[in-house]
Ligand binder design. Sequence first.
Ligand SMILES: [Zn+2]
Length: 316
Amino acid sequence: MSRQQHRATVSQPEETVTHTSSREKMNLPVLSSILLVISTVHAFQYTDLVQYIDSHQEEYVEALREWVAVESDSSNVLKRPDLHRMMEMAAQKLRLMGGTVELVDIGEQELPDGQTLALPKVVTAQFGNDSSKHTVCVYGHVDVQPAKLEDGWATDPYNLTDINGNLYGRGASDNKAPVLAWIHAVEAYQALNMELPVNVKFVIEGMEETGSNGLDAMILAQRDTFFSDVDYIIISDCSWLSRRPALTYGTRGNCYFFAEVEGPKQDLHSGVYGGTVIEPMTDLIGILARGSEAALQLGYSFSPHGQNNLSYATPS
Ligand SMILES: [Zn+2]
């Protein structure tokens, strides 16, 4: 993306965020791990920051509760107004912190029936513009996958619920809490009047769960502007292998293909044409089977439903 390309991913457990009861010493591992990442850049007053975080964690949980309550399901067109509101909430939080914030219009999405629908705008934000410092860009998303009680949730998915110190809610860990954790890390520096050791940028999207429509074009379009000075990209959107914070240092992506097989324009009687005309379904199955074999040989998983397993690597 610029002169140096590095990727680091701070991961989180699936859909739960750990914190302890208010009487105990609180533990916000996501935020702490973020501070540890930043701490590698410059020495800083770690103790002050940790104390600040400990004393504000109820506010952090409340902020997460507000965000989880928004049904920002990017796969459901009926929820698109909620998704737009979610992007505005993220932008507003960053604006209130004094960031240089933009809601970038990334155009429209074409639906299968031919209708078009406005894509949720992408939020970009910048804190600090010191050319002597490195610039870290944090990527995150605030859309979610569908969730209903009938799907097997033990609690209302859009009502953040604390069970034994674990917070349950749709998007709690994927990916609203990590986004908030990074924002709150910057906020903690500001509150303590501590200079950020790096310039921090945010790019927050709302279509990750359905294929990040429009994001690649937006990044390319801003390659020489917003992203031109970015030295490090941090993707905070993976899983932990345990309850301990993990720094994911390698990720794999998805590769999509569209296969369409055309057949005869009318039904053909099997007694007359069977064996001489190969059915489109048979051809399609053959294509998928060959694709699966090739993918497996390359070490990738393959799914005709378009949901490949993302794998990640974390230090042991
Ligand atoms: Zn995610």
